[in-house]
Write a protein that binds this ligand. Structure first.
Ligand code: MD3
Ligand code: FE
Length: 203
């Protein structure tokens, strides 16, 4: 059975390993159509993580706030479709963690270069908070910070490696979380970076 971080949060170590080749190929095509970019927070800070999206909706941030949009603000066209390889993996991981019928409409691509980090935050821009989020880690390892329902709650450090998949739902869905600055390194398949794919029901 998957390792349970706490009720609602299941870590599936290595769940994506058998699929990494097709994931990486399909990711190249997504990023050719919707390039990675550094978004600016509503507070005016440029994020150290570079982001893009695929699927019907994509997460964006700018001076006017955080939101999901059907089109890429860089080109005005729809985000690239969610590759079948991405969707199948996310649906299988959700089912493995007890969520049958997961139907993600948004996939956020996060790229961490060494030094990039994600400060403690909640994900609450999605319309269907009853649905889980599925996250897939590729490339360099990272230390994930796992907090509680309040910003000030103490955090645990959870290592996430190439091929790990985490399913976050239920009571864990609104917990604060972040990612420590990525350490230098070189990954044999992904190079000097970590990619995280997060699948959500946003609309
Ligand atoms: C726990 N991404 O994109 S993935 C994010 O590694 C984000 O890029 C991190 O946090 C990353 O918003 C963490 C794991 C994750 C994603 C969403 C969550 C954990 C979560 C939502 C609720 C609780
Ligand atoms: Fe998050």
């Amino acid at each position: 059975a998957p390792l349970q971080l706490e009720p609602g949060a299941a870590v599936l170590r290595g769940f994506a390993l058998a699929q990494v080749q097709s994931l990486q190929q399909d990711l190249q095509a997504v990023l050719a159509a919707a390039p990675l970019r550094h978004l600016v927070t509503p507070g005016g800070r440029t994020m150290s993580v570079a982001m893009s999206n695929c699927g019907a909706l994509g997460w964006v941030s700018d001076a006017s706030g955080y939101r999901y949009t059907p089109t890429d603000p860089l080109c005005g066209q729809r985000w690239p479709a969610m590759p079948a390889s991405f969707r199948a993996l996310a649906v299988a991981a959700a089912a493995r963690a007890g969520y049958e019928g997961f139907a993600p409409d948004a996939c956020l691509v996060n790229r961490y270069a060494p030094g990039a980090r994600l400060s403690l935050h909640q994900d609450r821009d999605e319309r269907r908070l009853g649905q889980p989020i599925v996250s897939v880690s590729l490339g360099l390892p990272a230390v994930f910070l796992w907090g509680g329902p309040q910003r000030g709650d103490r955090t645990r450090r959870v290592p996430l490696a190439h091929g790990d998949v985490v399913v976050w739902g239920g009571p864990a869905r609104l917990h604060f979380h972040g990612v420590m600055p990525l350490a230098e390194g070189e990954h044999p398949f992904m190079g000097a970076c970590r990619i995280n794919l997060t699948f959500r029901c946003a609309g």
